[in-house]
Design a protein around this ligand. Structure first.
Ligand SMILES: *Cc1c(COP(=O)(O)O)cnc(C)c1O
Length: 395
């Protein structure tokens, strides 16, 4: 029996979606098998023709992967979820499965670097032109829509400046123009934001980040309705093959079980650190949507149930001063990854955004004094003390 949905987020995150086997295991089993056997020729024929339910091959379905998919579908409030080998393959599968040649994509500014690169370098080459609209300005989206626009793609909050897109407003624009709204919900997870309830058609995830939450595995997922995701995206995935491994699915299942708790702590600590940074004389600007001075604070408070774990800030000074804060840390991990128990610190202008031209970087609002931290689950006083080592060297 699959455990029934309880409609309580924390409960579903722990229990939804799993079909216990006849061994009565308590923790979910890892089905480390590439293929499945049939009782007889007729059953094999039926399963290959898709006339009967049941497993065939782990590129198509696997019970551990299915458990992760069903649990995440419940948490996002979607009819179908398809797990993928990475967040990028979730985005690729969504685009390749749902776009015809010539159809136009309108994406938000401030996208994850590989997503922007995939759009500009590959999707365009496959015959899908891509344009970019201001994440926080719905009017700009309306103006850039063309008759060929089939997909709006947004990531909110944006990285690293935590700008917020109005998901309901973009869903309305998508509906008015017969297009789909795809939301990358990696930064919030369904614990903080449920884009499908706000009108988005599809949610994509990098499970690598907060869903795992402990920096162990790479994976992704696409969530949406039965037709778009359960048929179209699945159809592409079973044919093209960027599927999730059963072991990784098991790790992500365990990640979902603690997601609600972890996200609460990420938010609480990030808020405390943002407030503390705002008061520090060596900090000239703090980007965190939980702060009353953030330009989309109200929208974020409406749209999200927590303000997230990412805080960016500018030090008073230039690149040398930003690097000094980063290099003076002894505990924080110097890495561009995020969504881990361990707090990470990065200098976007020379890492994640280092390949942009100076003009593009300036337009994106990312200057040399900016640092981004993804606040982990250590004691918040220790995180502050580690940042203070460098901050107090800045006059
Ligand atoms: C990391 C990330 C991705 C890509 O996910 P991978 O699992 O690394 O392929 C996509 N979107 C956002 C917002 C990310 O942070």
């Amino acid at each position: 029996m699959t455990e029934p949905e309880q409609n309580n987020f924390a409960t579903d995150a722990v229990r939804a979606g799993y079909l216990r086997t006849q061994e009565n295991e308590h923790s979910e089993a890892i089905f480390a098998t590439s293929s499945f056997v049939f009782d007889n020729a007729a059953q094999a024929a039926d399963r290959f023709k898709n006339n009967a339910p049941g497993n065939v091959y782990s590129r198509f379905t696997n019970p551990t992967v299915r458990a992760f998919e069903q649990r995440l579908a419940v948490l996002e409030g979607g009819q179908s979820c398809i797990a993928t080998s990475s967040g990028m393959s979730a985005i690729m599968a969504t685009c390749v499965a749902l776009l015809d040649a010539g159809e136009h994509v309108l994406a938000s500014t401030g996208l994850f670097g590989s997503t922007a690169q995939f759009f500009k370098k590959y999707l365009t080459r496959m015959g899908n032109p891509v344009d970019f609209a201001q994440i926080d300005d719905p009017q700009d989206w309306r103006e850039k829509i063309t008759p060929e626009t089939r997909m709006l793609f947004v990531e909110t909050p944006s990285n690293p400046l935590t700008q917020i897109a109005d998901i309901s407003a973009l869903a309305q624009i998508a509906n008015d123009n017969n297009a789909l709204l795809v939301v990358d919900n990696c930064f919030c997870t369904p614990a903080l934001q449920r884009p499908l309830e706000l009108g988005a058609h599809i949610v994509v995830h990098s499970a690598t980040k907060f869903i795992d939450g402990q920096g162990r595995c790479v994976g992704g997922a696409v969530v949406g309705d039965k037709k778009l995701v359960g048929e179209d995206v699945l159809g592409f995935l079973r044919t093209a093959g960027p599927t999730m491994s059963p072991f990784n699915a098991w790790v992500f299942l365990k990640g979902l079980e603690t997601l609600d708790l972890r996200m609460q702590r990420h938010c609480q600590s990030a808020f405390e650190i943002a407030q503390w940074l705002e008061q520090h004389p060596a900090v000239s600007k703090v980007y965190y949507p939980g702060l009353a001075g953030h330009p989309q604070h109200e929208l974020c408070a409406r749209q999200q149930s927590g303000f997230g774990g990412i805080v960016s800030f500018e030090v008073a000074g230039g690149q040398d001063d930003a690097w000094r804060v980063l290099d003076s840390t002894q505990m924080l991990s110097i890495t561009a990854n995020l969504g881990d128990t361990k707090t990470t610190i990065t200098h976007p202008a020379t890492t994640t955004h280092g390949r942009l031209s100076d003009a593009d970087r300036e337009q994106a609002g990312i200057n040399a004094s900016l640092l981004r931290i993804a606040v982990g689950l250590e004691g918040v006083e220790d995180i502050k003390a580690d940042l203070l080592r460098g901050l107090k060297q800045i006059s």
